[in-house]
Design a protein around this ligand. Structure first.
Ligand SMILES: [Cu+2]
Length: 232
């Protein structure tokens, strides 16, 4: 038994060893995404349990144990059942699609919601994010650059992302989902209400030999620490 589980344990160790935490939201943007994931997952689990439950029940109930030649009455078509199993999936798709579309529209790079920033509460911090094989450069409004991202706690980070070469993808799982970083076009992405902490980020689009080395750290610090860091 120990040996049978060994590959699974090795796999678990491998996938848990990457040091990047998903589903651990530390910004309003990531929280909305996480809620959407849990909500969709919950509905999917309900569907899965229903289907598997019914399957198990039918397998047991109608199992042919070979003891008789009994053949159940053969019927064809059942309007009530057919309407039921058409309407329920349509409802499920609508229930999944509405919140997904709203969140996607609100959070997509360059979206109307982002350019007007109507629902952002904190101070806006604008940072240019430049990606190239295989490093990140963060450029602040006063001209300062750094290899790691610094943000003041509670702020709304407005990131303008651009690549110098191939397509990369900006990803800090704790703060928000992946955003494409394109060579010929700025993508503007907003992360609302970041919480204090240190979060790992990485390139999430395979971009060459040292793609895996394209990591950076996001430091969300107090307003005062941020000012001090920015001026030095
Ligand atoms: Cu990359």
């Amino acid at each position: 038994m120990g040996i049978r589980w060994a590959p699974l344990i090795v796999l678990l160790m491998l996938v848990s060893g990457c040091g990047i935490r998903v589903l651990d939201p530390q910004s309003d943007t990531a929280k909305v995404q996480t809620e959407l994931i849990y909500f969709s997952f919950g509905i999917m689990v309900l569907v899965l349990l229903t289907v598997f439950g019914l399957m198990a029940r039918f397998v047991k109930k109608y199992r042919d144990d070979g003891s008789s030649d009994y053949l159940p009455t053969q019927t064809e078509g059942n309007k009530k059942l057919e309407i039921t199993w058409t309407v329920i999936p349509i409802l499920i798709v609508i229930i999944l699609a509405v919140p997904t579309t709203i969140v996607t529209m609100n959070q997509s790079p360059n979206s109307e919601a982002i350019s007007t920033a109507e629902d952002s509460t904190g101070e806006e911090v604008h940072v240019r994010v430049e990606a190239e094989r295989f490093s990140w450069t963060f450029r602040y409004e006063n001209g300062k650059t750094s290899e790691d991202l610094y943000l003041p706690e509670g702020a709304t980070a407005v990131l303008t992302l651009r690549s110098k070469d191939v397509i990369h993808s900006f990803w800090v799982p704790s703060l928000g989902g992946k955003v494409d970083v394109l060579p010929h076009k700025d993508n503007v992405y907003e992360i609302e209400n970041v919480e204090e902490g240190v979060y790992l980020g990485k390139c999430a689009e395979f971009c060459g030999t040292y793609h895996t080395k394209m990591r950076f750290t996001t430091h969300v610090v107090s307003e005062q620490e941020y000012r001090e860091w920015l001026e030095n």
